[in-house]
Design a protein around this ligand. Structure first.
Ligand code: RP5
Length: 168
């Protein structure tokens, strides 16, 4: 799915359609911030050729950052990072059996020399991957840098000083 208006600078890949429920939160942030992106299902295990083509071609197509989400034996971010020098941000998807701890360990323990910036398990990780990718792009895009500042300000202003009962 490509909902982005212009040439994508961020590639969001995921190991399975089942990861979309998590990874859509990265997209929500990029839409809010007006950052161009593309989304693809790319499995390290089920579609290795698709992964090879995606990772080796990403930089030449103009992508600047790859966000890769996967669950279980989550090799996708690490294998993508092995084939490109673009920054790769890994999102551990919450797995049914081991609750995403397996995904986290699979993604975070990269050997020295092939980095993956690993985020939190699940929705928070996907949201923060979107924000982190945007802040990388913002280094070269003053307009986006301002939108990111504004996004943070709105978030700060949305936090009430006093707690309220949930059923109010
Ligand atoms: C991983 O296996 C995917 O990233 C997904 O999180 C997990 C389960 O995939 P499905 O069996 O739901 O397709 O490769």
């Amino acid at each position: 799915m490509d909902m982005s208006p212009s040439t994508p600078v961020i590639g969001i890949i995921m190991g399975s359609q089942s990861d979309w429920e998590t990874m859509r939160h990265a997209v929500e942030v990029l839409v809010d911030l007006g950052v161009s992106y593309e989304t693809r299902v790319v499995s390290a295990h089920r579609t290795p050729k698709r992964l090879y083509d995606y990772a080796t071609g990403a930089k030449a197509r103009g992508l600047k950052v790859i966000i890769a989400g996967a669950g279980g034996a989550a090799h996708l971010p690490g294998m993508a990072a092995a084939m490109t020098t673009l920054p790769v941000l890994g999102v551990p998807v919450e797995s049914r059996v081991l609750k995403g701890v397996d995904s986290l360990h699979s993604i975070v323990q990269m050997p020295g020399g092939v980095p993956v910036g690993t985020l939190a398990i699940g929705k928070a990780g996907a949201t923060n991957a979107g924000l982190l990718a945007a802040s990388i792009i913002a280094l070269m895009d003053p307009g986006l840098a301002q939108r990111l500042e504004d996004w943070r300000t709105r978030q700060t202003e949305s936090v009430a000083e006093m707690p309220v009962d949930a059923d109010n």
